[in-house]
Design a protein around this ligand. Sequence first.
Ligand code: MN
Length: 355
Amino acid sequence: MDLLTIGAFAKASGLSPKALRLYDELGLLRPARVDPYTGYRYYAVAQLDRARLVAWLRRLGMPLAEIRAVAALSGADAAREVRAYWARVEAETAVRRDLAAFLVTELTESTEAPREGPTMLELRCAAHSDRGHVRPANQDTVYAGRRLLAVADGFGPAGAPASGAAVEALRFLDEEDGPRPGNVLNLLADAVRGAGDAVRDVTEEDGETGTTLTALLWTGSGLALAHIGDSRAYLLRGGGLFRITHDHSVVQSLLDEGRLTPAEAESHPQRSMLLKALGADPDPDLRLHEALPGDRYLLCSDGLTGAVPDDRIRELLAAAPDPETAVRSLVDAANTAGGPDNVSCVVGDVVSPVG
Ligand code: MN
């Protein structure tokens, strides 16, 4: 067997001697031989491939525990794990990117002089929620006010009080004059934390109850979004339908990681299993949307998206003359498709006030 000193092996593999000693201690890359007298480590030339793979995975930023798992796999299985790891990184980065953009806007607005003239845009909205044809009770809660739109889908023994408490805890946002420029992020984060506390109060932390929460707050020029769980927000703009939330669900993460196809996801038995919900996990996704006149926003529970395909949602949303008609026709469509779950919709139109 051809043996290399740790120095020669480090040079050939692109890993430092210090890293090689650490990986030995962690069991990630054991030397082929350790001299019993001097303690010097020697590596086989045949270990180079594994060492170089470890070096590449380190460069990717993969944690050592995950590298150990990947390095133990065959090529195809290792490839699948690297793909899945990167999908998780991209999903986390997207959330951080949204937060960074939100912060940039906030910091800019807090130092700028207030904008001149009256606010040119307004929000018009409507909400509708229905038990559906199968569930014994409606555990969804919806809200549509002057500034606030919200959907909460409660689950567990106290699901209805949970979703009700979450939305109730946000209602003060609608009663105020509107957020001070540069303060939306703190206001929304505090409100969602308050909603989480309210949910814990009604559930007494039974461990099974919780709720999703997807809310939009009108800032006068845009909409701030707070989102946790698998209810969704969509934007209809220029005839196209864009989903602006990412489901915090097991199935969505399997999809992201390439472990499920969209067709498999539709009938997955754990479709409704959440990765995050209000009450247990307080960290919502937060982002800011600049509004354009003609924008139509939709918030909905999974009772709509589980029963009605996105194409149909887009058609119904685009055809409705006003938010009231839109929420009615979307809820009707879910019920026509069997009404397998509680279904809730809130639609908000961004309009220029007349006169
Ligand atoms: Mn539901």
